[in-house]
Design a protein around this ligand. Structure first.
Ligand SMILES: *[C@@H]1O[C@H](CO)[C@@H](O)[C@H](O)[C@H]1NC(C)=O
Length: 148
């Protein structure tokens, strides 16, 4: 029994180390620093709202879709068009490995999200944003965070 308990503990530690849930304000700071506020005409609130409804701020979120492609990371970026995973020949518009989109370092995910906003003309790519954020007051999302 004891060995099982220790084993479970090790597992839970390794999971905790791999999966990171950012807090809203920590993300607000990272997003602001990366120049996302008003990028493509979308203020910080839109970015925070979008990431929340796409991934619940889980950097390792992965969703397998019906067509076999996978949505990766905090912005749920899809492997069919935007990143490269080992399985199929894909478009890889962001010139990035999909695995780089599920790390705690959000640099690659943010670069790719910027590219999506530019190339698809806005945030319509993200269903979570369309359903929950579009045309709504986004000022609450950065409330209480130390960003301007
Ligand atoms: C984050 O996403 C990963 C991959 O989908 C999942 O295994 C993990 O449980 C999630 N973490 C939380 C706290 O929801």
């Amino acid at each position: 029994m004891k060995a099982v308990g220790v084993f479970a503990l090790i597992i839970s530690f390794s999971v905790a180390a791999e999966s990171k849930i950012y807090t809203r304000c920590k993300l607000a700071k990272i997003f602001a620093k990366a120049g996302l506020d008003n990028y493509g005409g979308f203020n910080l609130g839109n970015w925070l709202c979008m990431a929340y409804y796409e991934s619940r701020y889980n950097t390792t979120a992965e969703t397998i879709l019906k067509d076999g492609s996978i949505d990766y990371g905090i912005f749920q970026i899809n492997s069919f068009t935007w990143c490269r995973n080992a399985k199929k020949r894909q478009k890889n518009h962001c010139h990035v490995a999909c695995s780089a989109l599920i790390t705690d370092d959000l640099t690659d995910a943010i670069l790719c999200a910027k590219k999506i906003v530019k190339e698809t003309q806005g945030m319509n790519y993200w269903q979570g944003w369309k359903k929950n954020c579009e045309n709504k007051d986004m000022s609450e999302w950065k409330r209480g965070c130390e960003v301007s």
